[in-house]
Design a binder for this molecule. Structure first.
Ligand SMILES: [Zn+2]
Length: 343
């Protein structure tokens, strides 16, 4: 690669979400990018998003056409179409279609937080005597019935809620490979030197372009190149099912289903199942992306998402993350607490 063919481009926005990109102009590909906290927080926040949220976000129009997140999008659509009578209550549908992010307190202050799920709200019983009770109920959904018979509709703001300042340390800088592998920028000045070769100013990074980046992380093998080149159309059929991978089996937990196969090619036509299996399938919408990667031991069918996960797993918590224990929270994110299943 001739040095003259490499150019550093700079992307900057009003509120300073900044990405410097080293481009091999001959091949028209990103060699690597350099970014600070704001951009890396955005990338890592992808791993905290529940699958149902991802399906909803990538179905939106942005600069790139809507993307179907394979079977997860179909699942999301089927919950959306499902008649209320088949669900335990009204709240279930809301919980599945707009699943909560268990890392919400960390994502709240991220400069470009694309999760459009309503922030968590808390409701107490409208009955004052009941509220004085030490065991009074607190709900994150409005209009649930309290054990006293009144409804939980009094909005409160618990002062125990600490909002964290994203994921990575303020002054750290990182190198991001085209395939979304992130590593600390220990050598420092390399890009600054190369930048003297020429700086192109490209469009600002804004929320819509972050949605582009989320889409690209699912459908492209070179997301940064496609992001910088503003490639807009993709062969959606490349997107394989994220849930294909090796998951450790647990024989103690079993569900039975009745499968109808087409004899000629053994393709599954449909499955008849009991409510435990359907609960399980629907609950996939609430699984955070990082949690799925953890279950698949880092190897899903989406290579760039795997790389993002791998880079995070290899970062030193002490040096680069805002708190100890955060790496575990990000690489093994929990399902938000209101979902409890037996499976
Ligand atoms: Zn009550």
């Amino acid at each position: 690669m001739a040095l003259a063919s490499i150019e550093a481009e700079s992307i900057e926005q009003v509120d300073n979400v900044h990405l410097r990109v080293l481009v091999d102009k001959e091949r028209n590909r990103v060699v690597y990018a350099e970014a600070g906290k704001d951009f890396i927080d955005v990338l890592f926040s992808f791993l905290t998003l529940p699958l149902g949220t991802i399906a909803r976000l990538v179905a939106k129009e942005s600069n790139i056409e809507p993307v179907k997140f394979d079977s997860i999008s179909s699942l999301h659509q089927s919950v959306s179409d499902l008649d209320q009578q088949y669900l335990t209550n009204q709240t279930c549908k809301e919980m599945l279609l707009n699943p909560r992010n268990s890392m919400e307190p960390y994502c709240h202050k991220i400069k470009l937080n694309i999760d459009d799920t309503e922030p968590m709200q808390y409701f107490l019983c409208t009955n004052r005597d009941c509220r004085r009770n030490s065991g009074c109920l607190l709900s994150t959904f409005k209009n649930q019935i309290c054990y006293c018979g009144e409804i939980l509709s009094m909005k409160v703001f618990p002062n125990c809620l600490n909002l964290e300042d994203g994921f990575v340390k303020e002054n750290a800088t990182f190198i991001i490979c085209d395939d979304l592998y992130v590593m600390p920028n220990v050598s420092g000045a390399s890009l600054q030197l190369l930048q003297k070769l020429g700086v192109d100013s490209v469009d600002a990074i804004e929320e819509q372009t972050v949605v582009d980046l989320l889409k690209l992380s699912l459908i492209s093998n070179a997301p940064l190149t496609d992001f910088i080149n503003k490639n807009q159309s993709f062969d959606n059929s490349n997107l394989r099912n994220i849930l294909i991978g090796d998951m450790p089996s647990d024989e103690a937990r079993q569900m039975s289903v009745k499968i109808t196969l087409r004899k000629s090619n053994e393709q599954i036509l449909f499955v008849e199942a009991e409510d435990d299996f359907i609960d399980f399938i629907f609950s996939l919408l609430t699984f955070p992306l990082g949690g799925v990667l953890h279950m698949l031991q880092g190897f899903s069918s989406l290579s760039c998402v795997d790389n993002l996960y791998k880079g995070l797993s290899e970062l030193s918590s002490d040096m680069f993350l805002v708190s100890n224990g955060l790496k575990d929270k990000l690489t093994k994110p929990l399902i938000a607490t209101q979902y409890e299943l037996n499976n």
